[in-house]
Write a protein that binds this ligand. Structure first.
Ligand code: NI
Length: 214
């Protein structure tokens, strides 16, 4: 196939396919698909996913994980130039939160952590998080390439720079596409692939709050 003559629609299709395949692989790795009887990470109390971070919020402030303690977090890793998967995933997160009642919803802190620190400045993120279909109160986080690499590794997020065609953005980022639910202490609870129906995520969030209150 002559790549210089490929139709313009093909690249986003390939990028999406890569995103989806990576999401599935990442999910299998993250959940471990433990054989029955094997304790999950949460049950055995091991923090296999997540951990402390220091990043820069879309307000320009330096923040650490401690700043979010006390509230369960919904975290998505992505980038503002993403043509399709990231906006779709953030909408799924918003729709799931929308199905909770006001008190339930107010407990969760939605976060977007950029995998493109070069272009995703705090200013760029500040604009992006205001997108009306995204979760209310979404906080965008970016940082130095080292800070982003550190948090991505702690959350076992795969990401890699991919060249795009000159007519589009200069480059894209292939990345895993999962919504992480972390508890009030920043411990891993569950991941949702971005294609999870929002109703199912909402049910899980409600169950999480009930278990937590019990
Ligand atoms: Ni994306």
């Amino acid at each position: 196939m002559n790549w210089s003559n490929r139709p313009a629609w093909l690249l986003p299709v390939i990028a999406s396919a890569v995103c989806v395949v990576i999401a599935v692989i990442a999910l299998i790795n993250a959940t471990g698909q433990a054989p029955s009887g094997t304790p999950t990470a949460r049950e055995s109390g091991q923090a296999l996913i997540g951990g402390d971070f220091e990043l820069v919020a879309h307000t320009g402030e330096t923040v650490t994980q401690a700043d979010f303690e006390g509230r369960p977090m919904l975290i998505y890793f992505g980038f503002t130039y993403c043509p399709d998967i990231c906006p779709m995933s953030l909408q799924v997160m918003a729709q799931a939160l929308q199905q909770l009642d006001e008190n339930e919803r107010a407990q969760f802190q939605p976060l977007l952590i950029s995998l493109d620190p070069e272009r995703d400045t705090p200013e760029a993120l500040a604009q992006y998080v205001e997108t009306p279909v995204f979760p209310e109160g979404l906080v965008g986080l970016t940082g130095s390439p080292e800070q982003i690499a550190g948090v991505a590794s702690a959350y076992r997020v795969y990401y890699a720079r991919a060249e795009a065609d000159a007519s589009m953005a200069d480059y894209l980022i292939d990345h895993s596409s999962l919504i992480y639910l972390m508890d009030q202490q920043g411990r891993f609870v569950e991941v949702f692939p971005h294609a999870t129906p929002p109703e199912r995520i909402a049910q899980r969030l409600q169950r999480f709050l009930q278990e937590d209150a019990a």
